[in-house]
Design a protein around this ligand. Sequence first.
Ligand code: MV4
Length: 444
Amino acid sequence: MFNKILIANRGEIALRVIRTCKEMGIKTVAVYSTADRDSLHVRFADEAVCIGPPSSKDSYLKISNIIAAAEITNADAIHPGYGFLSENATFSKVCKENGIKFIGASPEMIDSMGDKSSAKQTMRDAGVPTIPGSDGLIESLEHAKELAVEIVYPVILKATAGGGGKGMRVVNSEDEMESAWEMVKREAGAAFGNDGIYMEKFVVEPRHIEIQIAGDQYGKACHLSERDCSIQRRHQKLVEETPSPYMTPELRERMGEAAIKAALAVGYEGVGTVEFLVDKDRNFYFMEMNTRIQVEHTITEEVIDYDLVKEQIKLAAGEPISGRNYYPTMHAIQCRINAEDPYKNFMPSPGKITDYHCPGGHGVRIDAHAYAGYVIPPFYDSMISKLITVAQTREEAIAKMQRALDEYIIEGIKTTIPFHQKLMKDEKFRSGNFTTKFLEDWTM
Ligand code: MV4
């Protein structure tokens, strides 16, 4: 097992990793930018190293500074959390070259899953259902027009280097193709330095359901059931829950098997997520594979009673998995509390938290780095807390969430709490019958 882990991240996920390390008897090193001097991850880690000025590119994304911090402190592994360098192939490679275990995917795995078109082909070859579309990249606008007739409009153009909603355009008919083609090409070239495009049939009003997986170094993989992430706004998830209200035991079995197939096809090591789109007939299609711990891992932990960060560390250290799958016995919901004003188009609201009181009680979990007097810097992600409730049924988890949201006091800044309070009362949300389109028509 590792002796000392450096956490190359900030905020709640840095705290989350430190907590598990403490329980495992592993020493911890925090890294921080000058904007994060007063952060809880700095206070709770055994050691802390300043890695640069506020700007992410000069601190939390600065590979040389993070590696130097690991060498100075003699850390034998690095946990990257989510975001920042968690899916950066170069960082994974540099860790390896410096004899530091990267608690995440190999450079090759990150590269192969990062190219969406080739990841899709790998999955299709492995027998994982994929959305009908082009065989790999499309060479020309003319080719795109021909293909779209075959696939049947509406279609979607996607940048192969994209993901998470960046670099894609829906095309409803041939007269929209040229401008969509030019737009995706230009955006992808500018944003990713790779303007490769592929095409898919556009799935109307899908659900976003992902399967948590784990794989060990000995070729074994298992699944840990699903999370429903359909409640998103502009590709930002706001609420996640498990089990999915849309799930059936039979569909879970099929999606779980497909996710394991995906993991085995690429020899996946560690914890990961296979994202699927699920259509109105409960057909499911591979969308993306995430090679990191996700923001929403918490709800899976609550319903299967399993520490996923601990599992991640154990797998990185070479421990085997049992090989059985895990099924939810409870219902969990997570609301992301962001420093944003839901009444002003979710505009960021950084600044000082003047008063802070956390909800508590049975079935309530909070993963947060906020406290009274904390100043939320304007440089990073606006998520300041994750409020999770767990109960026997969905109805009870919602009731608990409403109670916990009402108890949550955060003064001095605007937060997404009023949004969640309204959502928990919404009939469509309560019915469980919603898709990824749900929040597009939302008004506070
Ligand atoms: C799609 C789609 C419909 N049809 N692909 C959005 C993020 C990226 N991972 C892929 N995305 C989508 N791909 C086809 N062929 C609809 C989306 C999509 C979406 C997917 C999951 C969650 C929320 C979404 C919101 C808008 C669009």
